[in-house]
Design a protein around this ligand. Sequence first.
Ligand code: COA
Length: 186
Amino acid sequence: MRYFGKKVRLRAIERADLPRYVEWFSDPAVSENLSIQLPMSLVHEERWFEENLKLPVEQQALAIDAKAGRGKWEHIGGAGFHAVDKRNRLAECGISIGNKKYWNRGYGTDALLTLLRYGFETLNLNSIQLRVLEFNQRAMHVYEKIGFVAEGVQREVHFYKGRYWNMHFYSILRREWEARYGATKE
Ligand SMILES: CC(C)(COP(=O)(O)OP(=O)(O)OC[C@H]1O[C@@H](n2cnc3c(N)ncnc32)[C@H](O)[C@@H]1OP(=O)(O)O)[C@@H](O)C(=O)NCCC(=O)NCCS
């Protein structure tokens, strides 16, 4: 199954995608926002890929492809759910547009909206949460624009560039999402 937005689609990750993740996550401009600070190799990524396949399908990471015209797609990043709590119907989400050429062009917003639709309409979640470092102003802008509500701040939990940074927590509830975007009636 693939999940389509206006500009992107979400799909399962293939082994052939892995070198791109290594490239993206080795770039400090991308990885500093993801709390990744240590060197990453293709072998690390291949191990991660094998572990990812052992997770329940709803927790497996997804690739983000951008529409590149005439039925063509370009892999530009990743997204997905983790920390899924089935009884309480909640999960944490994450997103990364690794290809910087695609930043600030609406792809992150569309990918996150597509992920939310998948989470609420297919996985039947009630609350989708996320965390973001205090210096990631672009991501916070996107989350607030989409309708995520700030829940609180964990103080000085991330050490980077010689100092501690705060982590901001956000969530969006299914009823808030439906009021804004409407449940799909198909
Ligand atoms: C954060 C991220 C997913 C956003 O995706 P994107 O495709 O770049 O975002 P969009 O183009 O959809 O939207 C960007 C918005 O942020 C705004 N913006 C850009 N830089 C900004 C800044 N420094 N401060 C505040 N807002 C900013 C843009 O103007 C735009 O707002 P608008 O739609 O109201 O005009 C993407 O940049 C990314 O993956 N970054 C690296 C990894 C990361 O940070 N992941 C999130 C970890 S919590």
